[in-house]
Design a protein around this ligand. Sequence first.
Ligand code: SF4
Length: 366
Amino acid sequence: MAHALFNKEAKTNSPLAPTAAPVELGRQNQVFNAIRDTRRNVEINIGKACNNRCVFCIDGLPKREDRSYMAWEEMERELRHWHEAGTRSVGFLGGEPTTYPHIVQAIGLARDLGYTRIALATNATKLRLQHFTDKCLEAGLTRVTISMHGHTGPLEDKITRVPGVFEKKCDAIRYLNQKKKEGFLADGLSVNIVLNGWNYRHLLHMMKFFYLDLELDDLRINFVRPEGYAEGDPDITPRYQAVVPLLRKALYAMETAKEFRGKTFTFGGFPLCVLPPVLRDNDALLKKYMGEYRDLSTDCSVRQDGDGFGIEEIKDGRSRFNWQDRKRFDLKHAPDACHTCTKVALCEGVWKGYVDIHGQGEFQAI
Ligand code: SF4
């Protein structure tokens, strides 16, 4: 099937939009970084049912059919398809993948096929159940990325809209950390914070809490993507100019605080021109901290019954696309300034929903 990116219907204002021969998607669309994990990764969406209701959830209110789980036969087919294509890293996400009835079986099949990095992107609520976590680990799970957005009960419960979820997540992290010390989770245990209008002022406190109190080694912050529940909401979506001073303090702490030595911190979703020159002009710092420089080349597989949009390919009821291309060509906007900017190879532009809320006045060509 011809890739939609190269059809005349494809719409993008990105200055990186291809005009001649197509590049091989997912292979040449990232700037080289020697410390990037070179394994090709696929994220398989098991369905959009979730036991949290985060205020910025991009799925908002999923249709009933979107909440249904993918059939086991479909999972088996996807795992085999991507493995045959050379992919050796797989992540399961949703919705909430730990509620998928076949998740342990899926982890086991991934290991048997030869995937070497097998990850869950989870809210971790269910991982507090030690017998369930043990089954996932024994089946071959090598990495857990936990969505958690607050360092206190009131903040986490308010953002996820589930009373008591904070303590459950903390219990899960403590147990996963214990298992990691026993030799499991070779590819890491990470917390992924969506930085939004309700939590960004607490970034330094969150770092202390996760690194020091919960003894985590790896934190990722992603700037909120204003879609789904958060669409059009300036309360949930702060301006970059308000958030960047906190990001700068966080990076200063990473570079200087002895308590944080050896910890990993990355950020994603910040256009380069909103970053202070001392950071955006320092390639070594960017390679160390900027998610777009660090992330694996990632493809996605998501249920799709309709026509889809943009670069996705649809086959057998699944939409398949490369995540780096999806962001750049379909989900992000290239402000006018990008057309004369020297940073377009690395910078993906800005979430379209952000421009709808705050306009494009903050962005300037570098
Ligand atoms: S002008 Fe555009 S490409 Fe350049 S740094 Fe800003 S958002 Fe990125």
